[in-house]
Design a protein around this ligand. Structure first.
Ligand code: GLA
Length: 745
């Protein structure tokens, strides 16, 4: 008789158009151990091989009522019982010749691992990961299966954590290694997620880029051999984002299956996809082995960061909406996640380093005239002996520059706070830029503590943007940063902090310094955000160099790119939205010709593009604008503020991508589908072909919606908008935009 251990049942509502109830989320067959994490939409299944006690993967995808037996045809060749298996936690040294998930070096030098199944535990809810950002949830949201493995030869245990979030069609995975032996071991490779998919035609979708050109969508066939991408930058980086998706070639934005993988981590990472001789496809996502050589002493443990995978049967759009909802509800822990963000003016592109208190207060007054409610003093405000008047000076010395702010931050911020917003009784609020993980050699900090920067023996300390990286793996550096940020926050009422980070890591004392740094960084940020939940924290790394789920755990938003050109931003924001909710993007309107590309686009276009994000603002000097533009800005802000709640809380649909259409479009739909906002763009003026009808998504087909833009309105059934679509008339001009609101009648 088979024993079944079924975890408690929960009744769930409907999400993503699918309803489920009375679902057993985790079931275990104890006699012939097999495991299934299932909701009515998804199943993740694996079993224990009775001969080897290895974990064999069975299925990850749409719901399946039972497990189909493992492949029982003849597979022969060089190898053994681990070679021709779809494995769940592939180790190295016993004949599995593919890329492993775990690679451990023992004290005698060998790197063979032999993990075998010993048991499991199931619990409602989800344990936190010590020192690491991770998804969270209560008993009604998530359940966790922990599978225990043991390597008898080296006395190392591995606990695999699988958590299912049924409402989001998501599984989260991580593992913990414990050294029960008497000698140190070294972890050389740790892929938090590993799965061997069956022999099917697949494409891999990922996001590549560079500074000012982040998150370009890359879609290619999964061919035989290894293919993947990594960051060896020390941070998640502009070059590749720690995200990938796999889907059959037929999958589109709205149709077909897709599986997304997202690593909740900010350091170097590696994504490896390997199609083996059998056609099976191994998918690995985790730490970058080039930056990992992690010693685990007897009695100590190592915990891998977490990967979240979501399954969608509604194309890549469905995958994105699962990530967005999961990350807003169960990753971001900020008070601001679901809050409307204040329209701001940031000083960087307007004034750069060239300002003083008078010119800054003057800029804040102009911001208030336009209707901005938050004024952000970007770079250049600090440094006494090495005043930050250009990017070669002062990083590390976090005291206000007395030549610019003779009385410090307090009286300056008071002046800003006293400014009244035009046509409102509200007062201006103040935000500040910091870059605490960095140091310029020309700084008091570096003169006092040259040993605090990341360096490798006597190797040259390579400068980038004239700066070095502080080693946050050192507890004294962590304490220094916590102390200086606390001191800044104590010195004035600071409502918002932009936390920047403007270079990669070069010389490191050891490969594991990168992970030690990340644990230190998370400790610092955890400490500061816990102590100051009232501050709106924004991440930045020369734009989107650290737009990753690790930092979104602590900070609700991130500066999306240093490229503020409206057209470039369309590509960047659509790409970023693959894994990340638009509510987490910070997007500003800057002056034209654009600083980065030299392109001139209309103000309304730039504002519409920036309004598709959670945090909207301006990054310019209003005194350089034409009167027409100054007159237009208050109403652009009013429109943005009106739609910001649905941008923050709604479901996001990419209707047409800029990579594929001259008329890109996207919409946000409220959770109850009673309101929506549509953003549509024309890149180039074109007489032929005429634009395709814009078929909307996510609406209630049977309801009537009033569609309008403030000056014009018309009412249509949802079915018309969904199935016939809107035929928008475009002017004969480049870079045009239309914002329409939809309200259920
Ligand atoms: C980076 C940021 C910019 C700005 C500058 C200031 O490049 O991405 O937004 O803050 O630093 O030096």
């Amino acid at each position: 008789m088979k024993a079944q251990n079924i975890l408690a049942v929960s009744v769930l509502g409907c999400s993503f158009g699918l309803c489920q109830d009375n679902v057993n989320w985790i079931s275990v067959n104890e006699d012939n151990p097999s495991f299934s994490l299932s909701s009515s939409n998804i199943s993740y299944q694996f079993h224990v091989d009775p001969l080897t006690l290895d974990l064999v993967h069975d299925h990850w995808g749409a719901y399946a009522a039972e497990t189909v037996p493992d492949f029982d045809g003849v597979i022969s060749g060089w190898g053994g019982p681990y070679t021709y298996r779809r494995r769940e936690f592939p180790d190295l040294g016993r004949g599995d010749f593919r890329v492993p998930a775990i690679h451990i070096q023992h004290s005698d030098g060998d790197t063979v691992s032999a993990f075998s199944y010993t048991g499991y535990d199931v619990s409602a809810g989800k344990p936190s990961l010590p020192g690491l950002p991770a998804t969270f949830g209560g008993e009604g949201d998530v359940s966790t299966l922990i599978v225990h493995l043991y390597d008898n030869y080296s006395n190392i245990s591995a606990d695999l954590y699988y958590s299912i979030f049924p409402r989001y069609n998501a599984i989260a995975r991580s593992f913990r290694i414990t050294n029960n032996g008497s000698q140190d071991v070294t972890i050389l490779r740790a892929s938090s997620w590993s799965v061997d998919m069956p022999n099917e035609e697949l494409e891999m979708i990922d996001l590549h880029g560079d500074w000012a050109a982040e998150t370009r969508i890359n879609r290619r066939s999964v061919v035989y051999g290894e293919q993947g991408f990594r960051s060896s930058v020390g941070y998640s980086s502009h070059f590749h984002n720690p995200f990938l998706a796999l889907a059959p070639p037929s999958t589109t934005e709205s149709l077909g299956p897709a599986i997304g993988y997202s690593l909740i981590y900010t350091g170097s990472f590696s994504a490896d996809v390997e199609r083996w001789s059998t056609g099976w496809v191994r998918v690995l996502l985790g730490l970058n082995p080039l930056h990992l050589s992690w010693p685990v002493a007897p009695g100590d443990t190592f915990t891998s960061p977490e990967v979240v995978s979501v399954y969608s049967e509604h194309g890549l759009g469905g995958m994105s909406r699962s990530f967005h909802s999961l990350y807003k509800n169960h990753l971001s822990r900020s008070n601001y996640t679901f809050e409307t963000r204040p329209p701001l003016l940031n000083s960087w592109e307007g004034l750069g380093f060239d300002f003083n208190q008078t010119s800054m207060v003057n800029l804040a007054e102009q911001a208030a005239e336009l209707g901005c409610t938050l004024f952000v003093n970007d770079d250049g405000w600090f440094g006494t002996d090495y005043p930050r008047n250009n990017d070669s000076l002062g990083l590390g010395d976090w005291t206000p520059n007395p030549a610019k702010f003779p009385d410090g931050l307090g009286p300056y911020v008071e002046q800003v706070d006293n400014i009244t917003i035009k046509n409102s009784s509200e007062h201006m609020e103040f935000g500040l830029w910091v870059e605490p993980e960095m140091v310029n050699p020309d700084s008091d900090l570096y003169k006092q503590h040259p040993e605090w920067c990341m360096h490798a023996g006597t190797h040259n300390r390579t400068l980038q943007r004239n700066q070095l990286v502080l080693n946050l793996g050192l507890s004294e550096v962590q304490e220094y940063i916590i102390t200086v940020i606390e001191r800044i926050l104590d010195s004035a009422p600071i409502r918002y902090i932009k936390w920047d980070n403007n270079r990669g890591m070069h010389e490191m004392p050891s490969p594991s310094a990168n992970h030690a740094y990340m644990l230190g960084l998370y400790r610092v940020i955890d400490n500061l955000t816990t102590a100051h939940p009232e501050v709106l924290w924004e991440g930045c790394a020369s734009g989107g160099g650290r737009f990753d789920p690790g930092l979104l755990h602590y900070w609700p938003q991130s500066w999306t790119s240093d490229d503020t050109d409206g057209l470039e931003r369309l590509y960047i924001q659509f790409g970023t939205s693959y894994p990340y909710p638009p509510s987490s993007m910070a997007c500003h309107v800057s002056a034209v010709p654009n600083h980065q590309t030299g392109r001139t686009t209309p103000l309304a276009f730039r504002a519409a593009v920036a309004s598709m994000c959670g945090s909207f603002g301006f990054e310019l000097d209003p005194s350089t604008l034409d009167q027409d533009e100054l007159d237009a800005i208050p109403s652009l802000i009013a429109t943005q503020q009106k739609i910001n709640p649905i941008v923050i809380n709604g479901d996001f649909y990419r209707l047409a991508l800029p990579d594929q259409s001259n008329w890109p479009a996207a919409m946000f739909v409220s959770p109850e589908a009673d309101s929506a906002v549509l953003f549509a763009f024309q890149i180039r003026s074109a007489l032929k072909p005429i634009p395709p009808p814009l078929k909307l998504q996510g609406l209630d087909a049977n309801a009537k919606y009033k569609v309008g833009n403030g000056t014009w309105e018309q009412t249509w059934y949802g079915s018309t908008l969904l199935n016939v679509g809107l035929s928008l008339g475009w002017p004969q001009a480049d870079y045009q935009s239309i914002i329409l609101t939809l309200d259920k009648q």
